[in-house]
Design a protein around this ligand. Structure first.
Ligand code: FES
Ligand SMILES: [Fe+2]
Length: 443
């Protein structure tokens, strides 16, 4: 449960809010590189941290992210002409380069120096791993990008998925660190005999009430949840929260899985989810579909049915299943227990429950149990960091330490009584290959 004041603090991300200021300390994923396919391609409306921005790729291939309203008299730069290394407002012809410099003001006398006095708000952009990153913060010299392993893989090895969700960003993030829902929302209809004995899936559906341990880390927080495993071992699931809005979920085999999920606020009531995973992680997640009763169309890298993107502020990466069609729920399937929810696909199931809480859930009403310890910890970390920044100017975790992001998540068997942190230290290191591990272990 959160007081109304704390709920406001942790959910609101507009300019000038404590959480909005915290997020502006970091580079944030703004869009996919593929949304701006070629030099001088069509500008795109991007809603990010409550700001309306226009993205474009200039003649030289560089990406710009400018304020929507032209600095002259406010016409939208979305309608601009993307030409000769700049975006030209169609109202009176003012032209801006990717850094916001006004490079042409053709409706003013040639001798006027007014153009030198005008600058559009422009956020620096850089591209890596198929993602356009932007820095919306106060520093002249932005900090380094975080060392997120799947975002640093070669382009051919990275699997990118973007899906918009129509609720506050924190509801998305909290779904990723709430491990006990797996045995219900996603696997509630799966019985042990539907799984391959000895796999993670088998032990997951044998015991749906795991025990949790949670620790703070230099990048955020980590949990290890355990339940009985083979013989004298326990099956542990490890997941990470990384500032300010990333999760690494515990599906897959730790040591093999390279996967990060970003829950990026568009504004207070919409977010863009980005999944960045290596091909190997994607293949691993597809193995989840081997059995008839095991859920399909989801997994670590979601494959969901999308509607075509539109140019609307909220027109990018929308799912065909939505609140307006009850997420295509099939009550017969639900009744027959062919599927616990009757809602097709893991990602859609997550989307349905988190959007169904309302656009910004009032956490004064919730009743948290022992299985919610990670959710509680992550909120605490976020609120403490936002307050420390607002009150004392403390730089939040990870901003200047890109190397702390070099971690992984996943599942592992550990002997009973083994130290869960020490026992997995090697497996949690990113950029280390483990040919000795078998991806089929996930089940
Ligand atoms: S409003 Fe853009 S040039 Fe006048
Ligand atoms: Fe889920």
């Amino acid at each position: 449960m959160l007081s109304r004041e704390d709920n406001e603090l942790v959910t609101r991300v507009g300019a000038g809010t404590p959480m909005g200021n915290l997020m502006r300390q970091y580079w944030v994923p703004a869009m996919l590189s593929s949304e701006l396919p070629t030099p001088d391609s069509d500008p795109v409306r991007v809603m990010l941290l409550g700001e309306q921005l226009i993205a474009f790729r200039d003649t030289n291939g560089n990406v710009g992210l400018l304020q929507n309203n032209c600095p002259h008299r406010g016409a939208s730069l979305f309608f601009g002409r993307n030409e000769e290394a700049g975006l030209r407002c169609v109202y009176h012809g003012w032209k801006f380069s990717t850094d916001g410099t006004c490079v042409d003001m053709p409706n003013e006398p040639a001798e006027s120096d007014f153009k030198q006095k005008v600058k559009a708000t422009a956020y620096p952009c850089t591209e890596r791993g198929g993602v356009v990153w932007t820095y919306m913060g106060p520093r002249q010299q932005p900090p380094p990008l975080p060392d997120l392993e799947p975002n640093m893989a070669s382009d051919s090895d990275v699997q990118l998925v973007a899906v918009q969700r129509e609720c506050n960003w924190l509801q998305g993030l909290e779904g990723d660190i709430d491990t006990s829902h797996l045995g219900f929302l996603h696997l509630g209809a799966v019985q042990p005999e539907d799984t391959r004995p000895g796999t993670f899936a088998y032990y997951t559906v044998n015991d749906r009430a795991p025990h949790y341990n949670v620790v703070d880390t230099e990048y955020g927080a980590m949990y290890g949840a355990y339940r009985p495993g083979p013989e004298e071992q326990l099956y542990w699931r490890f997941a990470q929260f990384l500032f300010p809005f990333y999760a690494m979920i515990p599906t897959g085999v730790m040591g093999l899985q390279k996967l990060v999920r970003a829950w990026v606020p568009m504004d207070d009531t919409h977010m863009m989810f980005y999944s960045m995973g290596s091909q190997a992680s994607a293949i691993q997640s597809q193995n989840v579909n081997a059995n008839r009763r095991m859920p399909s169309g989801g997994g670590a890298v979601p494959r969901v049915l999308m509607t075509p993107n539109t140019s609307d502020w909220y027109g990018r990466f929308r799912m065909a299943a939505s609140a307006s069609n009850d997420y295509m729920i099939d009550r017969d399937k639900q009744r027959r227990r062919e599927d616990y929810t009757g809602i097709p696909g893991i990602h859609t199931q997550d989307q349905a429950v988190t959007e169904s809480m309302g656009t910004i859930y009032d956490r004064e009403k919730e009743r948290l149990g022992t299985s919610d310890v990670m959710v509680i910890r992550v909120r605490r970390r976020l609120m403490d960091a936002a307050r420390a920044l607002a009150e004392r100017g403390v730089t939040p975790p990870g901003v200047d330490n890109p190397e702390v992001y070099r971690v992984r998540s996943g599942g592992a068997f550990l002997p009973k009584g083994a130290d869960w942190i020490e026992g997995t230290a090697e497996l949690r290191k990113a950029f280390v290959e483990h040919p000795e591990l078998d991806p089929a272990l996930a089940g």
